[in-house]
Design a protein around this ligand. Structure first.
Ligand code: ZN
Length: 366
């Protein structure tokens, strides 16, 4: 357990601090460190890198992968959990078999973490950017165009926005589950709009995929935990799994990981189906591995507040005439951070406890 007065050591105030703490903890744990640089830079002109700590032998047959920060700002709590994980590794507190490798990837979207966005340098949601091989970066949910005006106004501010009323009308017209699915699935047609998945696989995702191609060939069995926040009850995690794995696998996962296991299905839980998700997109490229893919999703605030905050932040980014630095220090960005990494000791303690518990469960499951 992490004591309340120790939380500050894990939750960093910015990307640069988080990265340094991660690297220090990785070095202490004796990890092999790989830093994959992307070509854009951070607010202090710093390099932005996907940093990876690897612990294990040259040809492991089992692998635990832990990733966070695919959604930029979600890297704040993701990083905290990974630093704690490395500390526990140093202290010899994690139990795993000899032929196991551990890949811990600190922030898949360093641009979003550093600039306080959820998306990358091209306004793309990287958890929609990993389309399976051969699938084109085109298309959008059938009814996305009905929501486009509401979600993506073409001006910075208007006097009468009436967000809550309009959101209520959308829910009434479409139904909550259809609206949720339509908003969150991912669209590949509107680069300035929310939920954009990109027009190609971007630099960061490509580098990450290349890295994995180097470490996965000997692996037969892998568990992958991808850490997220922003969906579900405050501080409580849902373990989201693809609804295409079949009933038998689903029942077996519930037996191993408990009732937190939920399908990615808009009608059966807090989540929704997505296109271009990282776990599905990458595992589809390594079909010889027996995969267990888990999105660990911690709740923060209510869905309407989360969408309102995301919408305001994208609107400011796309349509205000602020410079980069003004955008970084805007209320919209600060609110975005709060919505995905609440400044609450209670929340932080909850996610640290459950984040580590899932790592233990995954290692036992390998
Ligand atoms: Zn996320």
């Amino acid at each position: 357990m992490v004591a309340k007065d120790e939380l500050w050591r894990y939750f960093s105030p910015d990307y640069v601090t988080a990265r340094q703490r991660f690297l220090d903890a990785a070095e202490k744990a004796g990890a092999k460190i790989t830093s994959l640089p992307i070509s854009v830079r951070g607010p202090s002109d710093e390099n932005l890198t996907i940093d990876i700590a690897y612990i294990g032998g040259d040809k492991p047959t089992r692998m635990l992968i832990h990733t966070s920060g695919v959604h930029g700002v979600e890297g704040f709590p993701g990083s905290a959990n990974q630093i704690r994980m490395l500390e526990r590794l140093s202290a010899g507190e994690l139990q795993f078999p000899d032929d196991t490798g551990l890949v811990i990837a600190h922030t898949i979207n360093p641009y979003g973490f550093a600039w306080l966005r959820r998306v990358n340098e091209d306004n793309a949601d990287l958890n929609r950017n990993f389309l399976p091989p051969g699938e084109a970066y085109v298309g959008e949910p059938q009814r996305y165009h009905e929501l486009d005006d509401f979600l993506n106004p073409r001006s910075y501010k208007s006097t009468f926005d009436m967000f809550t009323l309009r959101a209520a009308l959308v829910m009434l017209k479409m139904g909550f589950n259809v609206a949720k699915q339509t908003i969150a699935e991912g669209q590949f047609e509107r680069p300035k709009s929310m939920n954009y998945g990109g027009h190609q696989m971007y630099e960061g995702p490509k580098l990450w995929l290349e890295y994995l191609s180097g470490v996965l060939p000997s692996v037969k069995r892998a568990v992958w935990i991808d850490f997220h926040t922003g969906l579900g009850p405050f501080g409580v995690d849902s373990l989201l799994v693809s609804n295409e794995i079949g009933e038998e696998s689903f029942t077996s996962l519930r037996a191993r990981y408990g009732p937190r296991i939920q399908p990615l299905d808009p009608d059966a839980g807090v989540a929704y189906r997505i296109r271009g998700g990282m776990l599905e997109g990458i595992s589809a490229r390594f079909t010889d591995i027996d995969w267990t893919l888990i999105t660990q999703e911690f709740g923060t605030y209510k869905p309407v507040k989360v969408i309102k905050t995301l919408r305001a932040e994208n609107r400011m980014t796309q349509w205000s005439n602020f410079g980069k630095r003004e955008k970084l220090h805007s209320t919209e960005r600060l609110r975005l951070v709060e919505v995905f990494s609440p400044n609450s000791d209670k929340w932080k303690a909850m996610i640290m406890a459950r984040g580590q518990a899932l790592i233990d469960d995954a290692l036992a499951d390998l």
